[in-house]
Design a protein around this ligand. Structure first.
Ligand code: NAD
Ligand code: MG
Length: 393
């Protein structure tokens, strides 16, 4: 069997590290071509030592310079590249068949889209790419014959619960609805007042999953579920009313598909991202992920409705999806800016939803036909949300 040749974008992040953990369990199946990071030089040096890629890309030039010094000092056989163009180059290289897209935020869009245009197998963790450019991205996948495998645990669960030959036709497949489960995040049981006073440390302390800081705040605001609703719309060709959200605090049921005959097929497991990562890496085979079996004895699984009054970000995402056009790109960019300001301790938690609502009011309805339109929307929304957040500081 020829090993699969991988580029891992965002290798130094949480998803990247989990991906390399699974890859290391199967040295005969996978070969690492390129790894990317932004600023974490020491972690990248460790990953180069262990996985021996041909290329290491640091998006930050200063980090690339520091990495060059380190690899020279250790005589590591790797070429260090820098910047956004290099991210795309290592994603479309002819040697590469699989790209793990695990950069956080819209920063991951250009390289992920390039991989789609080049017809690669894409393991998609970077949900922001689909939120910003859903139609364009799916068109690129269809045109090139790229293969898209979802890494987000909910979408990976739905992918597993759908018929293998599902082509986006709900009627023909007898699919009535997609049910996304949400843990509810660390603020699930807090009052609106307590949420308003929440600190960054409280927001990133997720009860079930260990994740990067941005997605952890998104989980606390339920924006993560909102982004996932939009992600599901594009991945599975679902209409908004076919996508349901249910809060399931134990994160054992990772999501469900409801069929016309009343059957509901769920995918379950211990909350560990190595499961969806291994599923996508090995697809269509099942491979060891290093994850132990699910211990169900004595466990209670509970389900409740999401509360969009305390968590307005979820409703904002449904609104942006209904509005169409550039609205989801506005929502995503405003959210990225607001989350960064919140994590810096500059604005309070409710400023996140407020600045997104303001950016949507100001910018939704603008052009969204081309990638340039969407990137311009992204820039404008960052400006508009940033200015609004100044008033919240
Ligand atoms: P993280 O913050 O742990 O890692 C982010 C990675 O992106 C790092 O390698 C970082 O160096 C790189 N990066 C950051 N900014 C960059 C930039 N401007 N240019 C290039 N590279 C940059 O994040 P994560 O938790 O691994 O999440 C990555 C993506 O996967 C996100 O889109 C997230 O929504 C998605 N995701 C994560 C999880 C999870 O459990 N962590 C689950 C589902 C989906
Ligand atoms: Mg998820």
């Amino acid at each position: 069997m020829k090993p699969r040749v991988l580029t891992i974008l965002g290798a130094t992040g949480t998803i990247g590290v989990n991906t390399l953990d699974v890859v290391a369990r199967h040295p005969d199946r996978f070969k690492v071509f390129a790894l990317s990071g932004a600023t974490q030089v020491e972690r990248m040096v460790e990953q180069i030592r262990t996985h021996r890629p041909r290329f290491a890309v640091m998006s930050e030039p200063a980090a690339a310079a520091a990495l060059r010094d380190r690899v020279t000092a250790e005589s590591l056989a790797v070429e260090v590249l820098e910047g956004a163009t290099a991210l795309a180059e290592v994603s479309i290289a002819p040697e590469v068949d699989t790209v793990m897209a695990a950069i956080v935020g819209a920063a991951g869009l250009p390289a992920t889209l390039a991989a789609a245009q080049a017809g690669k197998r894409i393991l998609l963790a970077n949900k922001e790419t689909l939120v910003v450019s859903g139609q364009l991205f799916m068109d690129a996948v269809a045109a090139s014959g790229a293969e898209l495998l979802p890494i987000d645990s909910e979408h990976n669960a739905i992918f597993q619960a759908l018929p293998r030959d599902f082509d986006g036709d709900f009627q023909r497949a007898g699919v009535r609805a997609l049910w996304l489960t949400a843990s509810g995040g660390p603020f699930r049981t807090l009052s609106a007042e307590a949420i308003a006073a929440a600190t960054p440390a409280q927001a990133v302390a997720h009860p079930n999953w260990v994740m990067g800081r941005k997605i952890s705040v998104d989980s606390a605001s339920l924006m993560n579920k909102g982004l996932e609703v939009i992600e599901a719309r594009w991945l599975f060709n679902a209409r908004p009313e076919q996508i349901k959200v249910v809060v399931h605090p134990q994160s054992i049921v990772h999501s469900m598909v409801e069929y016309a005959d009343g059957s509901v097929i769920a995918q379950m497991g211990t909350p560990d991202m190595r499961t969806p990562i291994a599923y996508a890496l090995g697809f269509p085979e099942r491979i060891d992920a290093g994850v132990s079996g699910l211990e169900l004895m004595g466990r209670q699984l509970t389900f409740e409705a999401p509360d969009t009054a305390r968590f307005p970000c979820l409703q904002l995402a449904f609104d942006a999806l209904a509005a169409g056009g550039n609205a989801a790109a506005v929502l995503n960019a405003a959210n990225e800016v607001a989350v960064a300001r919140f994590l810096d301790g500059v604005v309070p938690f409710p400023a996140i939803a407020a600045s997104i609502a303001h950016a949507l009011d100001t910018l939704a309805g603008g052009p969204a036909a081309t990638l340039d339109d969407l990137l311009e929307t992204d820039r404008q929304a960052r400006r508009v949300a940033g200015a609004y957040l100044e008033t919240c500081a």
